[in-house]
Design a protein around this ligand. Structure first.
Ligand SMILES: Cc1cc2nc3c(=O)[nH]c(=O)nc-3n(C[C@H](O)[C@H](O)[C@H](O)COP(=O)(O)O)c2cc1C
Length: 226
């Protein structure tokens, strides 16, 4: 699937109506409105997992790692995701509380790249998000010591079954079932952006890149060469 950009009523030389421009980065913070619009367009285009983002961290030894997580909120305060606090990424973030995320909207020929420091989401906000998760996800979340080795699939299923037993069964509303509370080792992180870059593919690889960067406490916007 390949999806064009915007209305093509006034298509330019390469057949597109409009060129991504630093002037699109307005508001406070200047990245938010364009990011929200592009995410909404990725959802509308029905690309798979439109809120998936590749999260880059650096561990205590300086070794980088990336993996995909789901964006569960983007506000002026930052970009949120939920994960295991004792996972490999959680340990890396404890050692180096900075990260990058990349939204690879390839079918739209778009990419957004965000960098900044990372803070834990308030436990009350984590609990509110947790409470909206399906019961099966809650049970799995409690059962998994994310990123730790386990001997077999059978061991994993046994761990999940033990947690289900502890909380009265996998089916909510079943006999004896009780609410599954969020585990201590699980919760949200918020990436607080200090730099957000938007990339839009164009003909002949003369692509558009615009960036909003926090410099000395103020946002500066500009264009980068492709
Ligand atoms: C589409 C997709 C979405 C994912 N979303 C999440 C997520 O929101 N949170 C999470 O902890 N892991 C998520 N994962 C799994 C992670 O990529 C990763 O395997 C896991 O978090 C362990 O990473 P770590 O060992 O580097 O900590 C997702 C994977 C895929 C492919």
């Amino acid at each position: 699937m390949r999806v064009g950009y915007g209305a093509a009523s006034t298509a330019g030389a390469d057949g597109v109506a409009e060129h991504l421009d630093p002037s699109w980065l307005t508001g406070d913070p200047p990245w938010l409105a364009l990011f929200a619009a592009w995410l909404a367009e990725a959802i509308a285009a029905q690309i798979p997992e439109p809120n998936a983002m590749v999260l880059g961290t650096v561990d205590a030894d300086g070794i980088p790692a990336t993996r995909t997580v789901l964006c569960k909120g983007a506000t002026a305060d930052g970009v949120e995701f939920y994960t295991g606090y004792d996972s490999a990424k959680g340990r890396a973030l404890a050692a180096n509380p900075v990260a990058s995320v990349t939204f690879p909207w390839i079918a739209l020929e778009r990419q957004v790249h965000v960098r900044g420091r990372v803070v834990k989401v308030d436990p009350a906000e984590t609990a509110a998000y947790w409470n909206h998760r399906p019961r099966g996800s809650q049970l799995s979340g409690r059962a998994s010591q994310q990123s730790q080795p386990i001997g077999s699939r059978a061991d994993l299923e046994a761990a999940a079954a033990a947690v289900a037993d502890e909380f009265g069964g996998a089916e909510f509303g079943g006999e004896g079932s009780v609410r599954v509370p969020p585990p201590e080792h699980w919760g949200g992180y918020r990436l607080v952006p200090s730099r957000v870059e938007f990339w839009q593919g164009r003909a002949d690889r003369l692509h558009n890149r615009v960036v909003a960067e926090l410099i000395d406490g103020g946002w500066v916007v500009g264009r980068l060469q492709p």
